[in-house]
Ligand binder design. Sequence first.
Ligand code: MIG
Length: 816
Amino acid sequence: MLDTSAAIHPENASHRTQSHTGVQLGNITHIKELDQALLLVGSHFNLAITSVDAGVVRLKTYRGQAPNWNTTPAIIAAEGRTPQSITWTETDVQVSVTIGKTRLEISRITGAISIRNEAHPTVEMVSLQRNREAIGDYTAFISLAEDDHIYGLGEKTGFLDKRGERYTMWNSDVYAPHVPEMEALYQSIPFLTVLNQGRSYGLFLDNPGKTVFDMRTYANSAMLQTWTGEFDLYWIEGPTLKEVIVRYGDLTGRMPLPPKWALGYHQSRYSYMDEKEVLELAHNFREKEIPCDVIHLDIHYMNGYRVFTFDENRFPNPERMMEELRSLGFHIVPIVDPGVKKDPMYAVYMEGVDGDFYCKTAEGDIYTGPVWPGESAFPDFTESRVREWWQEKQRFYTDLGIDGIWNDMNEPAIFNETKTMDVNVIHGNEGDRKTHGEVHNLYGMCMSQASYEGLKALLDGKRPFVLTRAGYSGIQRYAAVWTGDNRSFWEHMSMAMPMVLNLGMSGVPFAGPDIGGFAHHTSGELLARWTQMGVFFPYVRNHSAIDTLRQEPWSFGEEIEQICQQYIGLRYQWMPYLYHWFYEASKTGLPVMRPLVLEYPHDPQVYNLCDQFLVGDSVIIAPIYRPNTEWRSVYLPEGEWVDYWSGERYAGKQHIHVHAPLAKLPMYVRAGAIWLEGPIRQHAEEIAADEHVTASVYVQGAGTSSTLEWYEDDGLTFAYEQGQWNKMLIQVTESERDITITSKYTNYGYEPKRTSLNFRLLGISAVPTGVAGAGDQVPLEQLAAQTTGWAYDTARGVLVVKLQENSAGHELSITL
Ligand code: MIG
């Protein structure tokens, strides 16, 4: 790219979005039924329509006799799907199709399709056409109403609402890419939701080659385009935004419950250079009492960047290092790139040659390209026999006690003109051979699948952790996603919010950016603000590039260190609550970190609100994301909201102006919420001196009630699959005279390690006259020493109740 004004020389202008004068699906000449599908035969290509599940209709183009219903690995095999039967009628000009409650009308003349369902806005696919020259290159135009808003599309730059943007799905490693004009990043998730006045539908274009989503060029429509292969579209019914996301999760699978340690704080740098530096880092965290669970090893740990090796000078004794780290409570997550160094003296390379595991050219030669180790070969992860080999290779790490892997460069990134593999390279794809161009976006996901399944098989019942840069729809089944090479810019801190929020709306709940920024140099202030915000993201890792200023929490003096320590501490205190929401995400596919629009889809104020977000459904986080700034506006949606720090209450549906000096992150809890915290720990598995969980109840007034069915398990193993988990139903009922709280286990399969279960009631304006079921009233300072009792904090208006943990549950009655 030219980097002077010559870049916009008139002769360089290209007309990027050409008009598409391809052939239309209409004229439809025949209509027939085959194997639960309706086939519309056009004069140039055909369209098949089938029902996948209640509320999910699949439309797929085909040429030849019959459609190929194979799917990409995005779609999981699932039991319990209930395809609806199809009925249809035809006239000379129209075909009318009924599938469950959904009605499709297809013009036989133009091929225009409209999809209606009483519960959601009508989708009009005004045209579906195929470029005559190219193979593939289908283009569809979906009509958009003026007040349609668009979410999803995975990891993209820009704001929350994707209306007015244009994106390409082509997993790309572009250095320093988090700028608004960047159309393709590392992940490709060709799924979007359209929201109109609270009603929603989704479109998933399942094609792992290059696809384009253009919501900019045409005022009244979105253009969806594939470059290779067929146009395979899933139309997903709402009517709510949440239902669309849940259904998308039914199709593409859910995040397995991660180990709790992976939800802790991760520290990384490109690179911690040797064993001594890694151990010093670990000791520093413990001495400074800054909680941390994970240290990442970037590429310098390897011998000449050969995967599955350690550099013997830098890491002379990984066993000993790992032992010391384990005793301090640390996990190590080493980076593993896909490129295997072409080196006949390197056993891993030769295993791949002997086993025929590498991607090859059409003529059958092993394809190689330059990456860190020099010329390298690339395992063909689309083949299960290759993934099995890679799975077994993870033993190199698991034998050392390593239970997490970081997959980088898996777009795959290659240091050449196109930045990736030659599109003509061949993938075996389980017998359904494809060129790289047709399946490019699958490479990273298939690699992470191999990493995850390998670790899982080798870890003796412990849960693995995989972090990936590249991915496709379904990546949530195998890995957490970090958003790649951002920079230490305030702009990138704020862009991380919509980016990770939309990942969450695209089926990927476990994601986060490099906190503090990767490239460029962070400042103390930026690190403090970013850490405050970052600890409330699902994935929390501080990472920074080679040659940048140091970025560990203590790199900028005491004030910044204390702020980082306080907020990382909060992450650990909040763990019972966060973990509960991770559990919910693993069940429903709904994100942990939520845009307000997901909870308040009728409120126009929140359609593009992305400088504040929700954790779960009832805590608003509103970070400061500009330098030298102590004030910001915060939008509080309907309901009543309580300042987390001061207890002050605000009516919703208003903007408030908030003072937030450097040490303060504005946070608001919805009245009626029940929110959980535990003790600060230095790492997830540490047993604290006073093991407890405190449920904070934000009272909301007479005549109301609230509940939380709180999930917990050991946070470490798959024992929950054998019933070792708990759910505790906490119910709060408020009347004029009293508040009753009951807690009871609705499932008790796991014995929690705590001794006490506490309740805090926030918003009680005077000392209660009695608290039945809670022992005696004691002065606040003495409560810690009691096993059971209650105290009233006059300064804050908070009632604190301490109870013994027991499997039978509790009943409290507070007389006001
Ligand atoms: O081309 O391994 O995004 O997190 O530190 C750079 C070195 C390769 C890119 C990753 C970054 C990592 C770096 N990697």
